[in-house]
Design a protein around this ligand. Structure first.
Ligand code: AMP
Length: 434
């Protein structure tokens, strides 16, 4: 018989050590972003449905067919957020921050929900780490967020990074481009699916996201967004390119990059890395100068990016640092209280080690069997095999005021005075690290 309950299709459970990689990536994000003056914002998973229709766009796949939308008990239409920018903008406007001091620098981390077909690296509940910078209209906004993004990705061990860059201009230039694209695609649309033919009518830019070979072929030689830019957007784009060059950030123009959400204006980007192999884009971002106003706030330029955390961690070369480990083994149940006290003392002395007590108190033999099993599994458990100890506590030790310390890799055994064990372990663990 299988388990009675199973995780909902497209969702997953994350245990150690994978959960530790998530935590560590989030810690690195916090460090890098706060060192650039960004503070964390946490917004609800539940938002009014209308928010996404107005921001992400009525005709996008996300809003059209991927949202978890339901009526609550009072009949209000609510949606589990499919992305976080709309929620952050709503929150910023609602809190009055959009009229406050600028620039406003925020980052977030949390689950997002999309009813997509689950496959490798694609989930119905997934996590994103993202950044939003408000109040900077000039290209220095792009330069700041991309520099910071690179610092974050470098800290995760990614190398050979490059930005794919494009500009979609203003809503007017987008509209003119959309018109030209429609003219280009209509004569070729007979091979398209019904869904894609609908997109030609409603939102032809979305077809750049298509993987259908017929659509891809039809897009060859299509008009380019850059040919439709107004002068100000063109100058802005040139300035972005200049500043990225100055920052030593490699980039490549990608005229087919338009991104799957409607709110972008001017700059759109993705980042590719040699370490990512054939993976889909792990992150994307862009400028959204009209969104704050569209959601009821003042006219306020903004730029941001969102990283798919699940995909990022599948590809990220960094590994969480292996930890020191101490297992305190009581000889029997009678020595358990003492073992718990001893473990608390050891934790004080070596706060970065993982200190466990053999709570089942099955005796030294079984306790050592557990210690050795953990030693064998050290790489998977992210423990440092050279810094693993068992500390044995029994009648003989109690009588002598000592404990027995066993180094797991060498099986070397030492009697240590009980009140010195914390210091002794701290010294040994520091030596083994050096
Ligand atoms: P988007 O909000 O669509 O620009 O997506 C930003 C990033 O989120 C993507 O580059 C992916 O890494 C990640 N992402 C989007 N959808 C999913 C999904 N269904 N499962 C896992 N990651 C996703």
């Amino acid at each position: 018989m299988g388990p009675r309950y199973q995780a909902v299709k497209g969702t997953r459970d994350v245990f150690p050590p994978e959960s530790e990689r998530f935590a560590q990536a989030e810690t690195i994000a916090r460090e890098v972003f706060s060192s650039h003056g960004y503070g964390e914002v946490r917004t609800p998973c539940l938002e009014p449905t209308e928010l996404f229709a107005r921001s992400v766009g009525e005709t996008t796949d996300i809003v059209h067919k991927e949202m978890y939308t339901f009526a609550d008990r009072k009949g209000r239409s609510l949606t589990l957020r499919p992305e976080n920018t709309a929620g952050v903008v709503r929150a910023v406007v609602e809190a009055g921050l959009a009229t406050g001091p600028m620039p406003l620098r925020l980052w977030y981390e949390g689950p997002q929900f999309r009813y997509e077909r689950p496959q490798a690296g694609r989930y119905r509940e997934f996590r994103q780490i993202g950044v939003e910078l408000f109040g900077v209209a000039s290209a220095s906004g792009e330069a700041e967020v991309l520099r910071m993004l690179f610092a974050f990705l470098h800290a995760l061990g990614f190398r050979s990074l490059s930005v794919s860059l494009n500009s979609v201009g203003t809503s007017q230039s987008r509209a003119a481009f959309g018109e030209a694209l429609r003219g280009h695609l209509e004569p070729k649309a007979s091979a398209f699916s019904e869904d894609d033919r609908r997109k030609i009518e409603q939102n032809p830019l979305r077809l750049f996201d298509s993987k259908d070979p017929a659509v891809r072929a039809a897009l060859e030689g299509s008009p380019r967004t850059l040919d439709f830019l107004d002068d100000a957007s063109r100058r802005h784009h040139e300035e972005v390119r200049r500043l990225l060059g100055e920052a030593g950030i490699p980039f490549k123009d990608d005229p087919s990059l338009v991104r799957g959400l409607d709110y972008y204006t001017r700059t759109v980007f993705e980042v590719v890395s040699a370490d990512l192999g054939a993976q889909d884009a792990v992150l994307g971002g862009g400028r959204y100068d009209n969104l704050v106003e569209a959601l009821g706030g003042p006219s306020l330029p903004a730029i941001g990016f969102a990283i798919g955390e699940d995909r990022l961690l599948e590809a990220a070369p960094f590994s969480a640092a292996a930890r020191a480990f101490v297992l305190v083994i009581p000889q029997d149940a009678e020595h358990l209280d003492d073992a718990l006290r001893l473990a608390a003392e050891i934790r004080q002395s070596v706060p970065d080690a993982s200190v466990e007590v053999d709570l089942l108190a099955r005796g030294f033999k079984k306790g050592m069997a557990r210690a050795n099993a953990l030693f064998e599994a050290a790489p998977v458990q992210r423990l440092d095999p050279g810094r693993m100890f068992a500390v044995l506590l029994g009648a003989q030790e109690r009588q002598q005021g000592t404990v027995t310390a066993k180094k797991l890799d060498t099986a070397e055994q030492t009697m240590v005075r009980r009140n010195e064990i914390g210091h002794w372990l701290a010294t040994r663990l520091a030596e083994a690290r050096a």
